[in-house]
Design a binder for this molecule. Structure first.
Ligand code: FES
Length: 231
């Protein structure tokens, strides 16, 4: 699907299906639709997502992790952002009844740190610390980039040159289900695959670029990852 077509698609979907993080002039990229499901395979309900808890799912590829967060408060209604190559785009807030559900690529926009099964340097942090002057941010302990999940993944501090790429979620108000439908902002998937090619192939049965479609399982970060580095 071409970008222009996807933008039209977003507008049509928003009218038809309740709330969607619609990108008016955005670097929106459509991918396969993937319903968010729990470990039992049942659709995840937005109202059941615990507040301020790190949840992980993979999208749009089998090896590309994303954070799913309930901020516990409404996200900003919109945010004007720019990619590293100065492409402007608009993020249109959270979804769900409280407009508090957001999702982002968990690949740091600085040097691509990401949560693995063994260790994670990047996660949502509710608390401030000596190296983290903001609460309720996504913090990468590698070089202390901090991102605001309530404002489209905007960079608040550190060396990251652009926001985290947002994952576009569609919320069905009737069923309260969530479906990932695309990305918005500066994707770094090509760089990610190039940098970690060997490891990603090992961890994903040789097919790290397998597209996620149909459904994707949401897992607490504490279950997904053995060790979370705090800083
Ligand atoms: S890799 Fe995340 S701050 Fe450098």
């Amino acid at each position: 699907m071409q970008r222009r077509d996807f933008i039209k698609y977003c507008a049509a979907s928003a009218a038809a299906a309740g709330s969607l993080q619609v990108a008016a002039d955005a670097r929106a990229q459509a991918y396969g639709r993937a319903r968010l499901v729990g470990a039992d395979g049942a659709p995840l309900r937005a109202r059941a997502i615990p507040a301020k808890t790190n949840l992980i799912f993979h999208y749009p590829y089998a090896s590309t992790p994303c954070f799913l967060l309930n901020l516990g408060r409404p996200a900003r209604a919109a945010a004007r952002l720019k990619t590293v190559d100065h492409q402007a785009y608009e993020w249109r807030g959270g979804v769900g009844a409280g407009r508090s559900i957001v999702a982002y690529s968990a690949i740091c926009a600085h040097k691509l740190s990401y949560p693995t099964r063994d260790i994670s340097f990047i996660s949502f942090r509710t608390e401030k610390s000596a190296r983290n002057k903001f609460a309720d941010v996504i913090h990468c302990c590698s070089e202390h980039s901090q991102y605001d999940p309530a404002e489209g993944g905007r960079v608040l501090a550190g060396p990251a040159p652009q926001p985290l790429a947002a994952i576009l979620l569609e919320h069905d108000p009737a069923s309260d289900e969530l479906t990932a439908v695309g990305t918005l902002g500066g994707e770094m998937f090509n760089e990610f695959f190039a940098k970690y090619e060997f490891r990603l192939a090992l961890d994903n049965g040789g097919t790290p670029r397998r597209a996620v479609a149909g459904s994707t399982m949401v897992t607490p970060l504490t279950d997904y990852c053995k060790q979370q580095v705090k800083c």
